[in-house]
Ligand binder design. Sequence first.
Ligand code: FES
Ligand SMILES: [Fe+2]
Length: 339
Amino acid sequence: MTSFVRNQWYVAAYGHEIGRDLFGRTILGGRLVFYQTSAGEVVALADRCVHRRFPLSESRLDGDTVVCGYHGFTYDRTGRCVFVPGQKRIPRTARVPAYPVVERDSFVWVWIGDAEPVAQPPRAPWLADPGYTTVCGMEPLAARYELLVDNLLDLSHETYLHGGYIGTPEVAETPITTEVDEDRGIVYVSRRMADAACPPFYAKSTGIEGRITRWQDIEYHPPCLYLLHSRIAPAGVLPDGDGSDPHGFHVEVVYAITPETAHSTHDFWAVARDFALDDHGVSDFLAESNRTVVLQDVAALDVLEQVIAAEPSGYQELSINIDTGGLAARRILARMAAP
Ligand code: FES
Ligand SMILES: [Fe+2]
């Protein structure tokens, strides 16, 4: 049973998705409308006119106000109604909820919940860092967000689901270490392969021939942000003692996991690299490969959602060591979702 975690920041969109056109998106079961003001700030409002529920996303912008496409109720950027047709008096309750927004690291974050935002959203600084080149996308997932959390916290599935792209035998063979920062609510899962085959995803992008040292260090900031710090180097090549790493290739894989409904999810993905920065061939290859990998996960999780929807309640899964990170994430999410 899906339970949403409210009073949290969620990625609503990439900054480049939202401009001077009204943009509708459903988040945690609620429909929101987004737009950019003439000063360039992003506004998020509930996507339902207070009058007869017409979607504001199907309406039009007039300057920085939204004019309802049905009878013309007009809302300012705070959601307050500033015009109604046929009368001077504007009812006091004529207002739609406005949502706090933070735009950074190329994401538009929106605060979903009744409480005031307690802190800023977590960071993914590589996505807007000139020292990195990023490819990104978003795939709709017809499955509850918890299945994507499970999927991303256990990368041993790369060997079986993503063979020929990012999976090699060593991923599933190598044990993980898991740590949980209970105070900050962050899950860390690490898998370090000293001598592994180089999958095509990294062989073609880095140009490394032969075996590699491959590190996968995951950081999950529930509920929405998932970071995979990936380091690839020719086998046996480690960072220098002073912490610099001139012979390592670094890929920051970022996912934002935003529930759309109880049974669907916005699966935002981005791949930032610190090498071949201006090489469009590498960008095109990584974008295409990573999208294929994401779609392999989407296909598997869409099937799982159907299996879960059809099964009798009370089915007991079996968990093993590879699931330690996913189980920790579930525990933290359950705690965060508790009233
Ligand atoms: S539904 Fe929006 S003005 Fe009537
Ligand atoms: Fe996957």
